[in-house]
Design a protein around this ligand. Structure first.
Ligand SMILES: *[C@@H]1O[C@H](CO)[C@@H](O)[C@H](O)[C@H]1NC(C)=O
Ligand SMILES: *[C@@H]1O[C@H](CO)[C@@H](O)[C@H](O)[C@H]1NC(C)=O
Ligand SMILES: *[C@@H]1O[C@H](CO)[C@@H](O)[C@H](O)[C@H]1NC(C)=O
Ligand SMILES: *[C@@H]1O[C@H](CO)[C@@H](O)[C@H](O)[C@H]1NC(C)=O
Length: 453
């Protein structure tokens, strides 16, 4: 024991002197050892924004171009022939990406009131259009055409004023870029696209905007060695201006997702049913069918506030962050129905956020007793969140072990709740009858337990 600690002390001193210990090498063994900056786990809730040229047709989904011209999907072909002249190309949509109502301060205020702690914007989706003036995306960027505006920079400045963290979504691949198609034809043995497009843009995004998070995507067709991902990440962690704060996800090459990188997204809408042993994030969309805005969206196709709160609670109790997507319109508006959903989540978090932000998973994540309970914890405090109000105003918790000094309160109410030990297991809590209006969102309540094990 003593020998081990003195040799590790020596090693530590040696590393300090030689100054090499903290440098990451361009391989996954080394990259995967980097501790995740703490802000990310504490933040818990973020807003995801899919915005681009696909917001112009705003039909189907953000995969419009692919579904129309690659899949040749019937509904997309019909949509085009009915509404646009023959020969109309996807690029012809770009000038109509006007963003004339884009008010970044209003967006930032909305996201703050929603209780989000970070925001992730598509800087470039698989269509390749960049929402900033990328020097290597000539005439296919938001400064040369469309809004004639640096959308990435303008949103970033507004978020910064409100202390919201900023994440940049970036697609490694571009469906129809000629150099990408050439590399693909070469079995990804050449890297023309990576060196002339992907890497210059990633370095540009990092140095220009100094984001808190890089949300990589579009990695699945080729291995990380094609993308040079570990070289980029080693630079990001060792030498970039954001090396201490930056967080990345796991989409850096096929088979990376859920195995390598920073935190794990795994699949879209990933919902584990047991506690993962690695920090993760669930990304999902208020519109069940699309991440980009669809004008043909129907009310029954979007999440209601109850299902959003349920999803948030379940995600956080299993140690995840929750990244909830809304698609802005081509004019730069976030539809009132999305605003309403987000504001209700914010009202719920105003009361229940203590059990969410900076919480840790408890030893039990979920139990079914009187009704389903999801647990989180903070220090010695345990939170039990239930989503439907039990009949008879009584609730039984089986997992917490109570003691005579146990105290139970409910977030949003003053005063302690009466409870008694259950003869078999856990405790039975008497809930008050609550007049309407005390809780602005009548869904999901949090019990705060002190002095339980
Ligand atoms: C990725 O995983 C699949 C399935 O396990 C495997 O067939 C494929 O060879 C892997 N690709 C690479 C680049 O490792
Ligand atoms: C890509 O990675 C290879 C192998 O690690 C390295 O030799 C090369 O310099 C990298 N290129 C760029 C442009 O990052
Ligand atoms: C808990 O309830 C869910 C449905 O709400 C059910 O699928 C599951 O089997 C139940 N688990 C236990 C341990 O009773
Ligand atoms: C419960 O509340 C009582 C009275 O306020 C206090 O003395 C006691 O320390 C509390 N128990 C715990 C575990 O905090």
């Amino acid at each position: 024991m003593a020998a081990a600690s003195s040799s590790s002390l020596l090693l530590c001193l040696f590393s300090l002197l030689s100054g090499v210990s903290s440098r990451y090498e361009p391989n996954w063994d080394s990259i995967d050892k980097r501790p995740l900056p703490a802000w990310f786990d504490e933040a818990k809730f973020g807003i995801f924004l899919h915005w681009g040229v696909f917001s112009v047709p705003s039909f189907g989904s953000e995969w419009f171009w692919w579904n129309w011209q690659h899949e040749k999907s019937e509904s997309y072909m019909q949509f085009m022939s009915k509404n646009y002249p023959p020969g109309f190309s996807y690029a012809d949509f770009a000038p109509h990406f006007t963003a004339e109502f884009f008010d970044p301060d209003a967006w930032a205020e909305l996201f703050q009131r929603a209780g989000a702690r970070y925001v992730v914007l598509t800087t470039k989706h698989h269509e390749g259009f960049t929402n900033w003036g990328s020097p290597v995306s000539w005439n296919w960027n938001s400064v040369d055409t469309g809004p004639h505006r640096d959308l990435v920079g303008d949103l970033g400045a507004a978020l910064k004023k409100r202390n919201l963290r900023y994440g940049l979504y970036h697609s490694l691949l571009e469906w129809f870029h000629p150099l990408y198609l050439l590399d693909k034809k070469n079995g990804f043995k050449t890297q023309y696209f990576v060196f002339s497009k992907t890497m210059p843009e990633l370095y540009d995004l990092v140095t220009r905007y100094q984001p808190d998070l890089l949300w990589s995507d579009g990695d699945w067709e080729s291995p990380d060695t094609y993308w040079n991902s570990t070289d980029f990440l080693a630079w990001l962690y060792n030498d970039s201006p954001i090396k201490d704060k930056v967080v990345v996800n796991d989409r850096w090459g096929c088979n990376c997702s859920c195995h390598h990188g920073g935190y794990y997204n795994c699949a879209d809408k990933f919902s584990p049913t047991t506690l993962p042993d690695h920090k993760w994030e669930k990304c999902t969309s208020v519109d069940h069918y699309s991440w980009g805005y669809r004008r043909n969206m129907q009310l029954h196709q979007i999440m209601d506030e109850g299902s959003i709160i349920f999803d948030l609670v379940q995600t956080v109790s299993f140690g995840g962050n929750y990244l909830l997507n809304v698609g802005p319109s081509k004019e730069g508006l976030i539809m009132p129905i999305f605003q309403e959903r987000l504001l209700n989540v914010g009202k719920w978090l105003d009361i229940n956020g203590e059990a969410i932000y900076a919480s840790k998973p408890w030893r039990v994540q979920k139990e079914n007793s009187t009704c389903s309970i999801w647990y989180t914890s903070k220090g010695s405090v345990v939170y039990g969140i239930f989503l439907t109000w039990p009949e008879g105003n009584q609730i039984k918790l089986v997992s917490p072990k109570a003691s005579p000094s146990t105290n139970v309160t409910m977030l949003g109410l003053t005063g302690e709740l009466r409870w008694k030990p259950d003869p078999e297991l856990g405790l039975i809590i008497q809930l008050p009858s609550i007049p309407p209006g005390v809780f602005p969102v009548e869904f999901g309540w949090t019990l705060r337990l002190e002095g339980v094990n």
